[in-house]
Design a protein around this ligand. Structure first.
Ligand code: N2P
Length: 365
């Protein structure tokens, strides 16, 4: 009897020690972020510094992220929706309020950006800005020159005018598979409100896109980086930093491919990608540590230097490469800011129209 009790207590001591050890090793944070959106050394450094393992997974569409979040039980601890999607996800109780006492580095954030993101997340209670950028036109300078007789692209007309896009068909055109990015651009091109919820106006955007549809090779939201860099396509409607990454990859490959990026004069969308913690995150404490780490000025500057997007951290600017900080297509100057608009979340009825419209455009019927 005594021997058995001794054995039992030894076993439970062993189990306790073991589970303690396992617990320490077990510290994990599951991060779901956009593709081509981080310098991976940041992840390694975070693990070295905190002992928290990062399981890092990527997506290239707000719709994919939203489907997972609304289903619940995604297992993710940190996700990065764009502001217009975040806003309605907050309404749907998808996120937990951030515990600001665990986020002292929030003092490094930039009030100008926080004022803008408060439009989606009032008081910035649920989210922290990761990066922000624009939707514009990435292009192969030489191929566009050869096809159009000019390499000066400053208007959406190059894309939305069927006569112009027809000339680029053979060298290849890719477009973001993202209705909330492309339909507002079409509305803006037509001189309409990019936030229009009028079915008639959305129908006009649809008509405009269907006219250029025959000249679009692919709708995809991440493949255009390599396609531009390799010279496989001559134009992509895409996100600013992705186009700049394509430019850098092309420069490194030294095959003579030169990539340009245009913020069209009619206006371009400015978006904000926000880090947030799902309400049912299994590792909320680790998620807060991750967010706080990402708000270290040197860390987030390293990310911007790599992904070529501006971030919402004011204190990081002293660590950002001068060429990036002074590039108005990345950190917009007053003249560029004038051209930028933001989008609001779609209400459920408009969302249904947008989804239907987008299916027609992508399938071309
Ligand atoms: C990263 C693209 C993120 C911008 N590749 C879209 N919000």
């Amino acid at each position: 009897m005594i021997r058995k009790a001794l054995w039992l207590s030894a076993t439970s001591a062993f189990l306790a020690a073991f589970s303690l050890g396992a617990h320490a090793e077990d510290r994990v944070v599951n991060v779901f972020n956009w593709s081509d959106y981080i310098d991976s050394s940041i992840i390694d450094d975070f693990t070295k510094e905190t002992g928290i393992k990062v399981v890092y997974d990527t997506f290239d569409s707000n719709e994919i992220l939203e489907t997972k979040l609304l289903a619940g039980g995604s297992g993710y601890d940190v996700v990065v929706p764009s502001g217009n999607f975040l806003a309605r996800q907050i309404q749907a109780n998808v996120f937990q309020k951030l515990d600001k006492s665990k986020l002292p580095n929030i003092s490094n954030m930039w009030d100008t950006v926080m004022e803008r993101t408060a439009k989606y997340d009032p008081g910035n209670e649920y989210s922290i800005n990761y990066m922000w950028g624009t939707v514009g036109i990435g292009y192969n300078i030489k191929k566009v020159q050869a096809a159009l007789g000019t390499d000066k692209i400053d208007s959406w007309d190059v894309f939305f005018n069927p006569e112009s896009l027809a000339k680029l068909k053979d060298c290849g055109v890719y477009v973001l598979d993202s209705p909330a990015d492309i339909i507002p651009a079409a509305l803006k091109y037509l001189g309409l409100d990019p936030n229009s919820t009028s079915p008639d106006e959305i129908a006009k955007a649809e008509e405009t896109l269907l006219k250029v549809r025959p000249y679009i090779r692919k709708f995809h939201s991440s493949e255009y980086i390599n396609a531009l860099a390799n010279g496989d396509i001559c134009l992509a409607v895409g996100w600013s930093g992705d186009v700049f990454q394509a430019r850098n990859r092309a420069d490194e490959a030294k095959q003579g491919v030169e990539i340009g990026y245009s913020v069209p004069k009619e206006g371009a969308q400015m978006w904000f990608d926000q880090m947030a913690i799902p309400a049912d995150a299994p590792h909320a404490a680790e998620a807060h540590e991750f967010l706080n780490y990402m708000m270290k000025p040197e860390v987030i500057a390293k990310s911007s230097n790599y992904v070529l997007y501006a971030n919402g951290n004011k204190a990081s600017q002293q660590f950002i490469d001068k060429a990036i900080l002074e590039d108005p297509a990345i950190y917009p100057d007053a003249a560029t800011l004038q051209k930028l608009y933001t989008v609001s979340p779609y209400d459920p009825k408009t969302q249904r129209i947008i989804t239907r419209t987008w299916t027609k455009i992508v399938t071309g019927q």
